[in-house]
Design a binder for this molecule. Structure first.
Ligand SMILES: Cc1cc2nc3c(=O)[nH]c(=O)nc-3n(C[C@H](O)[C@H](O)[C@H](O)COP(=O)(O)OP(=O)(O)OC[C@H]3O[C@@H](n4cnc5c(N)ncnc54)[C@H](O)[C@@H]3O)c2cc1C
Length: 427
């Protein structure tokens, strides 16, 4: 049995189209921009740079989609994981706050536009994303999000119990907030499609080419890999929760949280028709958010955050219990695929755009909402490399700060999540 950390254990590696040929870097070369990391952030940056005529080389330690981009739940969500848009305005002011809100809101559209424009075959369905709630107090939270996004002309709706049941196939929820701009994709297929599109636009992508050092030279930056060196005017670091010691302090600026994902065997046709008939993505309004969706073959794909350190069995059981509680019609649940991935969480759950040195940029910390946000961050990074002043970009530049007491946070998060799960069960 494959380890859950092996990318081949993910459903998506069985269902995505094969990757493009991305041979390791051999020899030395000079380029305009070098991107380190082949997930949504790095590939979107490389694609937008190459389309603008910037000579670009992307270095990936393993293969495009090796990180969270190839292992996630595939929900394209046009909203923050924690904040409401009014809170963003209170924090950043009217102009910067609304620019960030618009960026988050438009990020899902960017994903589906890229998929359409580049003909990426990734089981994409833009049928909306749903936050259902099972209690009045949790519904009030979903309603506040709905109201604030509605006041910004987002394509959203508030659903009553019957409408929620019609879309989910579950009587468990009493109402929901629907965002019609969201949807689902096969994330590894999308990642590989972005890689292909970036290469078609002229970018060079090298797998099995870990960047092991970045050094300043008189004129530019030198990025070293085992097979060769790339010299470039600008560097983008897109290594997110998989960041190592390449840039001092970058890994310590986020909390890398390991999440388990599971995909059931395809449901029988009769049951599949009753569950998520329009295939919206779902992240419910519990304290410990529960996310699930159905893939094109009728598999339920779901996941959970760590309960205990050695987590395969307990988390599979938790996913089974939750699926059966919400969808009693599902019958026996048999998880055919179990895998895990690391999500980069920031303390305030907002993404980070860093200017680490002159010509060195980084984007990370999407806190579980990275399909849309990381794709959009790649575009922001590309615009910055092309000379757009940081003050004209929608994401504010943040200083690089270590997360305080980071090593304690993961065990503490586990304790807190178990407490929240207990409260969710009491609800
Ligand atoms: C289990 C799980 C479920 C999730 N579900 C969702 C969801 O449903 N919806 C959603 O929006 N988001 C979801 N996310 C979050 C989302 O997947 C991430 O935010 C997003 O993939 C981040 O993309 P990225 O390109 O920044 O990082 P990654 O995809 O992690 O890519 C970083 C890459 O950098 C490479 N790398 C690291 N160091 C080096 C080096 N020195 N040299 C070269 N390469 C290097 C790694 O190999 C890796 O491929 C989920 C995450 C997980 C883990």
């Amino acid at each position: 049995m494959l380890k859950t950390s092996d990318p081949r254990s993910a459903l998506w590696s069985s269902t995505a189209a094969p990757p493009p040929d991305t041979p390791p870097l051999t020899g030395d070369r000079r380029t305009d921009a070098v991107v380190v990391g082949g997930g949504f952030t790095g590939l979107s940056a490389a694609l937008h740079l190459a389309e603008a005529g910037v000579d670009t080389v992307l270095l990936e330690a393993e293969a495009p989609g090796f990180g969270a981009s190839g292992r996630n739940n595939g929900q394209v969500v046009p909203a923050y994981s924690r904040h409401n848009p009014d809170e963003i305005v209170a924090e950043f002011g009217d102009e910067r706050g609304e620019a960030l809100n618009a960026w988050v809101q438009d990020a899902a559209a960017l994903v589906f536009d890229l998929i359409a424009r580049h003909g990426i075959d990734c089981d994409a369905s833009q049928n909306g994303w749903l936050m259902p709630a099972h209690t009045e107090s949790r519904l009030a939270i979903a309603q506040a999000k709905h109201d604030q996004w509605a006041s910004r002309d987002a394509p959203v709706a508030l659903l009553d119990k019957a409408e929620t049941q019609a879309l989910t196939g579950s009587a468990h929820y009493i109402g929901a907030w629907l965002h019609r701009g969201g949807g689902n994709i096969n994330p590894l297929a999308y990642t590989r499609g972005l890689a292909r599109a970036a290469m078609d636009a002229g970018a060079a992508i090298h797998a099995a080419s870990p960047a092991t050092a970045i050094e300043r030279t008189a004129r530019s930056w030198r990025v070293t890999t085992p097979g060769g060196v790339v010299e470039a005017d600008t560097v983008i670091l897109a290594t997110n929760a998989y960041s190592g010691n390449l840039w001092p302090g970058l890994a310590r600026s986020v909390v890398p949280l390991r999440l388990l994902q599971g995909a059931t065997k395809p449901l029988g046709d009769n049951v599949a028709r009753t569950i998520l008939p329009e295939r919206q993505g779902i992240s419910d309004a519990r304290r410990v958010l529960w996310a699930f969706r159905k893939d094109g073959a009728g598999r339920m794909v779901t996941g959970a955050a760590p309960l205990v350190p050695g987590f395969r069995g307990p988390l599979r059981d938790l996913c089974t219990t939750q699926l059966k509680a919400v969808f009693p019609q599902v019958g026996d649940v048999d998880f055919e695929y179990l895998w895990d991935g690391k999500v980069a969480v920031t303390l305030d759950r907002l993404p980070r755009f860093h200017e680490l040195a002159e010509g060195v940029y980084a984007g990370l910390g999407y806190s579980g909402r990275g399909i849309a946000m990381a794709t959009a961050m790649g575009k922001v990074l590309a615009e910055r490399v092309r000379g757009t002043p940081a003050s004209d970009l929608p994401v504010p530049v943040s200083p690089l700060n270590p997360v305080p007491m980071r090593s304690l946070l993961i065990p503490l998060a586990r304790v807190r999540m178990n407490w929240w799960r207990f409260l969710d069960r009491l609800d």
